[in-house]
Ligand binder design. Structure first.
Ligand code: FMN
Length: 165
């Protein structure tokens, strides 16, 4: 698959999570492009079979915790119609409903959100690889190589496939 990892980061934690996700996907054998939400172009999205989109979260006294600056960067994204997207965020204390808010905002741009995970900023890469593998498995890909259908069982990785990771 061609996979696009997009991040919205102010101080680098979300970028680190995005990089860890991209590294895992690349090691499995898929093609990966990683960009900030400001850099992304329509062609990047069109070419992608799967996207990961991550942001940091920001709290407001009256409005709760939200994906930061989502009203600016989400409308500026290329259309996501027909695209499967896995979402993530980084936070300091509690992400609260940030990921469900992000789901709704991306669904309004045409995306189908297929998975999500929040990462505490002091451990922003812990579990990022497992998150990426879980999403690949959701789509029926082997999690240790890029063989696409583990019902057919990639012979090298039978044990892992059989336990249905
Ligand atoms: C203005 C501001 C507001 C924030 N509000 C919250 C909040 O309400 N809840 C929370 O858990 N973290 C909050 N954070 C922490 C960030 O979400 C966290 O540090 C995040 O990892 C930053 O990501 P980045 O390094 O990619 O910019 C806030 C940070 C800033 C700068």
């Amino acid at each position: 698959m061609q996979i696009l990892v997009l991040y919205h980061s102010r101080n680098g934690h979300t970028r680190q999570t995005a990089e860890a996700i991209a590294e895992t996907i690349r090691n499995v054998g898929h093609r990966v492009t990683i960009k900030s939400v400001i850099e992304v172009r329509q062609a990047d999205v069109e070419q992608a079979d799967l996207l990961f989109i991550g942001t940091w979260v920001q709290g407001f006294i009256l409005f709760g915790v939200k994906p930061a600056a989502a009203d600016l960067w989400i409308p500026a994204l290329p259309t996501l119609t027909g695209k499967s997207v896995a979402i993530f965020c980084t936070y300091a204390f509690n992400p609260r409903r940030s990921l469900s808010k992000l789901t709704n905002l991306l669904a309004a741009r045409g995306a189908t959100v297929i998975g999500q995970q929040a990462f505490q900023r002091n451990h922003s890469t812990d579990g990022a690889g497992d998150f990426a593998k879980r999403i690949l498995a959701t789509l029926g890909y082997c999690v240790i190589c890029c063989v696409p259908d583990f019902v057919e069982v990639c012979s090298q990785h039978q044990t892992l496939h059989k336990i249905g990771y």
